[in-house]
Structure formats: C-alpha cells, structure tokens
Design a protein around this ligand. Structure first.
Ligand code: HPA
Length: 288
C-alpha cells in the first residue's frame, strides 16, 4: 500500500483534476458552521466519498464536502465537515484532509470549531480567537516515521518542530481588527482538546480552568499540529456553543451545539468572509 505521503498526493491530484483553481487558503468548518461554504464563488463541490483516501464522518450534522472556489477573489478549499478521533479514526486519518490541503498549495489554514466555554466571561454564541492550545487527547498526529516531503518550505517537515507560534499572532491581530470593525466581540482563549465523545464532567472542567484553558473541544489540535509540521500559518476560531459542564446548572445536549451555530452563522460568515483576502494577503507578503 502506498505510504501516507503518496496517498495524500493522490487525493490532491484527484482534486486538481476536478477543479482548476489552486487554493492558497484552507478553511475547516466546525459543527454548525458548515453553511459558510455557501460563500464560495465559482464552487466545485466534491463529496468526500469521491476523494481517494479521504475519511468519511459518521456524525450527524457534519456533512462531508470539499468546496473549492474563491472568496473575495482568493482561491480557497473549504472543508464542510471533518472526522474526529472519537469516531475511531487514527491520527493519520483525522489529519489526512489537512495534509491534502497543504499539498494542494494552501499556505494558510483557518480552522474553526464548536467548543464549550470554560471562561465564564464567555456566553453561548461567543466567537473566540484561539491563542494557544493544550492537547490533552493523549495522541499526536505527528507520531510515526517523519515524512520530510510534507514540509512545504525550508525549515518545515522536521521530526521535531516548533509549536510556540502554533496560532499566528499576526493573523489573530487581523481577526481582532476586523471583528472590531464589524462590532463583533472576539475575545482570545486557550483551547483544550479532549478525546470525547462524552462531554466533560464538572470536575474535569474545574481542572481544565486551573490548567489555563478557556475553551474545550474534541477537534482542531491534531489538524494544527500537522499544519505546523507542513509550515502552514494558522488562524483558529472557536464558537462557544454551550458553557462547559458545571458552569451553568444544566446538562449539555448536542442539538444545542448545532442550534447555536445556526444562530451565529451570519456573524461568523461575515467575519470570516472579510478575513479571507486579508489573511491570504498577509501570508503572501512573507511566510510567518
Ligand atoms: N465539550 C467538548 N466539546 C464541545 C463542547 C463541550 O462542552 N461543546 C462543543 N464541543
């Protein structure tokens, strides 16, 4: 069987055979945020099932499509839905799409997710710029033989690689400025990733707060690790769909996670749509 690099390359080549544009920015849409893909102009929509090697989501509410096209004149590859480790997928499967985005030529990645709010200054529906993460999943997507061919430019693709600047400060700055312009509150926060699929206990959330986490979720960190291995610059945005366990005196339902996404969709779309050309322009200036 072909190795991971060759399989990811085959997927990228298949996508290239279906769509002419060459994306410079990848966008991964989290739970409830999938409708953002409607912003893509001149779209070629590819079912995940059509792409060789691409993992298929088993979770309701996570549709699986890759939408290629442009936003604000910038070539993008938008992932509507992702797979998670809690579905039983291996780290290589969870991060396969991110590898493919890199091989397609994306130099930047906007990664979004639904998250529980640990920081009590947040509320349901708050958008948060991720400043850093804590990977508590016990897994790391870079485990296994190192594949230097995944490095997209000098200084990347190494066995050991930096995570000091996992979430680009200059891209966050752009996000804050645009949010302010649009009068959308956009606090920053540290995202802690757990394996799931059970939500956390209140005791776990108290521990996570002590550890310095503001948000909790079950995705993102592995994609970001792989993106950094490849040298992609990352902007992370969380949507607080619910306050984390024990913060409010009530239980957490998956349905409300999806519902909040629909409620905040307009704000989220308007923010990210405006950010796409700015992020692409900044990354093109000089690799960060
Ligand atoms: N915990 C973990 N993941 C989540 C949550 C949560 O409360 N809400 C949305 N994704």
């Amino acid at each position: 069987m072909a190795d991971l690099y060759e399989r990811a390359l085959a997927a990228a080549e298949h996508i290239r055979s279906l769509h002419e544009g060459r994306p410079v920015l990848g966008i991964i849409l989290g739970s409830g945020l999938g409708n953002f893909a409607a912003q893509v102009e001149g779209a070629t929509t590819i079912d995940y099932g059509e792409i060789p090697g691409w993992p298929l989501s088993t979770v309701e509410g996570h549709s699986g499509k890759l939408v290629m096209g442009t936003i604000g004149g910038v070539d993008v590859a938008v992932m509507q839905g992702r797979v998670h480790a809690y579905e039983g997928y291996s780290m290589n499967e969870v991060t396969f799409p991110t590898r493919v985005l890199g091989l397609l030529g994306c130099k930047g990645l906007i990664v979004t997710n639904a998250a529980g709010g640990i920081n009590t200054s947040y509320g349901e529906g708050t958008l948060v710029a991720i400043s850093d993460h804590i990977n508590l999943t016990g897994m790391n997507a870079a485990v296994g033989p190192n594949e230097p061919r995944f490095g997209m430019r000098e200084g990347t693709g190494y066995r050991f690689f930096d995570m000091t600047v996992a979430y680009s400060a200059r891209l966050r700055k752009l996000a804050h400025a645009e949010a302010e312009k649009q009068q959308i509150p956009l606090p920053e926060g540290v995202y802690i990733a757990v394996l799931g699929p059970s939500y956390e206990t209140p005791a776990e959330i108290r521990v996570f707060r002590t550890l310095g986490a503001d948000l909790v979720g079950m995705s993102t960190v592995h994609e970001v690790i792989v993106a950094r291995h490849m040298g992609m610059e990352v902007l992370g945005i969380s949507l607080v769909t619910n306050m984390a366990a024990g913060v409010l005196d009530r239980v957490i339902h998956h349905e409300e996670v999806m519902e909040i996404g629909r409620r905040v969709e307009a704000q989220f779309s308007s923010l990210v749509k405006a950010l796409v050309p700015q992020v692409a322009g900044t990354i093109a200036e000089q690799a960060g």
